[in-house]
Each structure stands twice: as C-alpha cells, then as structure tokens.
Design a protein around this ligand. Structure first.
Ligand code: P6P
Length: 328
C-alpha cells in the first residue's frame, strides 16, 4: 500500500466484497450498519461520565446482571441500525431473552446477527474499556422470517465476526475469513480508518496469562496445574475483567485468555454464540487458537441461545499446552 494511503472501512469492505463474485452487497451493508451503530455507541460511551446516562436502569437481564442504561442504549442502537434494512431475518442479543424478529413492516434478508451490545458494562463507571461483539451467519431456515434455528449455528459456519473496543481509542476489528483487519475511529471525520491490516497473533508472544485467579480454589486440578505451569515459566498476569479489552490485548501481544468452568459455574460464565464463537473466529483467522477445554470453540454445536462455555483464546502453542494439561 502506497505511503499515506487512507483506507476507510467502507473502501475495505468494498475491496473485500470483490473477493466474492457472488456477493450482492447485502453482507457489506450489514458491516456498514454495525460500524454506524458502533460510532453512535462510542460517542455515548465516551460521554458516559458527562450525561445522566450512568446508573442502573433498575432492571435485570436474563442473566441477572444489573442492566445499566448504556447497555439498553447500545442494544437499542444495534437494533435500530439493522432492523429495517432487509438484510437480516432474525437477531439475538445478550440483553434480550428471546430471538429478536424483524418487524413485520420490514422485509427479511438472508443473514443473521447475534451480538453482545456492550460487554463489560459493569465497568462503565470505572472508565474501563468496553466492547461490542458481533457474529454473522447465513439464514438456513426455510420460512420467510428467521427463527431460532438460524441462531443456533456452530461457530465454524460464521460468515463474519468481530468486535468494537471502546478504549483510549475506538477500534473495530473484523474478519470474513480473509484475514483479520483493525480500524481505528477518527472522531473528527467519523470514519474508521485501516490501522491494523492482516492482524496476526504473536506465537508464543508475550508471556501473559489472563484469568480471574481469585477463583483458583474452584478450578479443576488440571486448570490449577495449567496456571501453575505458566507461572513457573515466568508468565505475568494481566486481567482487566472486560472480555473485549482482555481479548484485544491477547490478540495484539499473544499469550492466553482463560475463563474456565469451575465448581460454581460448571459451564463457565461467557456466552457461546455472541461472545466465544465470534472471538474464536477472529483469533483462529489471526493464526491463534480457541478452545472450550478439549476442542475448538468453532466446533461446538449450540443447543440454547444463551448457553455458556468455558473459553480459552490465545497463541496456538500456549492454548495447545494448556489443553494438554487439562486433558492429562
Ligand atoms: P469475572 C464482564 O462482566 C464479563 O461479562 C466479561 O466482560 C468479563 O470477561 C467477565 O465478565 C469477567 O468476569 O467473573 O472475572 O468478574
């Protein structure tokens, strides 16, 4: 790329679309719409301390988490950006118990969106980086309107996946299976500009492990041993407690992120369809690995919309080593 060339997200999406002769543009439009939603969410996240948007909405979502106003706002922004476009047949959100149908007044399309509109939101007041995570599938059900069947697809069938991290800058990272590409928002012009083309996770990368070690006593002996071995090898602990922030650092620096199952959460805490699977697609496309303890996250066949999974993401050599210890 010539020095000084500015590649906007829009130009990148068009160039990616050219890789698929059969592309109709609908898929590209979904990515545009997600980027628009991200800009709106970013503006509010960055103003959160300035407007009376902080504080509990006084409601609780399906998981019992205290729904903060920004959670609701982000969820509404994602819905309103995508419900009328005619590109989607059904949506799902961490904040909504059931599948989200496309309103009857709008046409349905051939794609499916699952998302976590604002992950890590319990950290909002502490100004910790937050994130939006998204996963796009093709419609597989036979009816005109989408259904739960379209949402319950394994990660290896994802057409695209990515996240937005609202941190010291706002970055959008996505993959369609043709590399992982990072864009940084230039707020003064409202454009996401290509800043990290063809991202590859270092392997083994920096000696960093990321897990909430407060739960050590609840872990399986294999999990305890895996962390003990990493510490003996000189690994340092870095844990922000905001999935997208911990993931983004792992993608850039290498090492491993873990949210294991434990005695209190036998299936882990994080969600398969709109947290683990999209991040697994990104990390594997970047040359890394994902696991639920025995196999790639992308091979897990979902049975419930909000099902949880143990989650390991990172440099392949490190994930493989941890997996071997867990299986021993
Ligand atoms: P714990 C934030 O609440 C979240 O959903 C993820 O963003 C994060 O990785 C995880 O929970 C942190 O959970 O149990 O370590 O506080």
């Amino acid at each position: 790329m010539q020095e000084g060339t500015v590649i906007t997200l829009g130009r990148h999406i068009v160039e990616q679309e050219r890789l698929y002769p059969e592309a109709t543009g609908a898929f590209s439009n979904i990515l545009y719409d997600i980027a628009l939603a991200a800009k709106i969410i970013s503006r509010e996240v960055n103003r959160a301390g300035l407007v009376d948007i902080i504080g509990s909405a006084g409601k609780f979502n399906i998981h019992g988490d205290d729904v903060r106003k920004l959670d609701e706002f982000a969820n509404d922004v994602m819905f309103n950006a995508l419900d009328h476009t005619g590109n989607l047949c059904v949506m799902a959100s961490e904040e909504v118990d059931d599948p989200i149908p496309i309103p009857d007044e709008f046409p349905c399309g051939n794609y499916v969106l699952l998302h976590d509109p604002l992950d890590g939101s319990s950290n909002i007041d502490a100004n910790v980086s937050l994130g939006t995570i998204f996963s796009i599938h093709r419609k597989i059900s036979r009816g005109e309107r989408g259904s739960l069947e379209d949402l319950l697809q394994p990660g290896h069938r994802q057409l695209a996946a990515g996240y937005i991290v609202y941190g010291s800058s706002t970055m959008l990272v996505y993959t369609t299976g043709a590399g992982v590409h990072g864009f940084t928002l230039e707020p003064s012009i409202g454009e996401f500009l290509l800043s990290h083309p063809n991202m590859r996770i270092p392997d083994p990368g920096k000696k960093i492990y990321s897990v909430n070690e407060a739960y050590y006593k609840r872990w399986s002996p294999g999990q305890q041993k895996a962390v003990d071995v990493l510490k003996d090898e000189g690994y340092s602990l870095r844990y922000i407690g905001s999935l997208v922030a911990d993931f983004h650092r792992t993608l850039l620096y290498g090492g491993i992120f873990m949210y294991p199952a434990d005695k209190k959460s036998p299936k882990g805490k994080l969600r398969l369809l709109y947290e683990a699977a999209p991040l697994a697609m990104v990390i594997e496309e970047a040359g890394g690995a994902s696991s639920e303890g025995t196999r790639s996250i992308l091979q897990v066949g979902p049975s419930e919309l909000h099902q949880r999974t143990p989650l390991y993401l990172g440099s392949k050599s490190v994930v493989d080593k941890v997996e071997a210890t867990l299986k021993a």
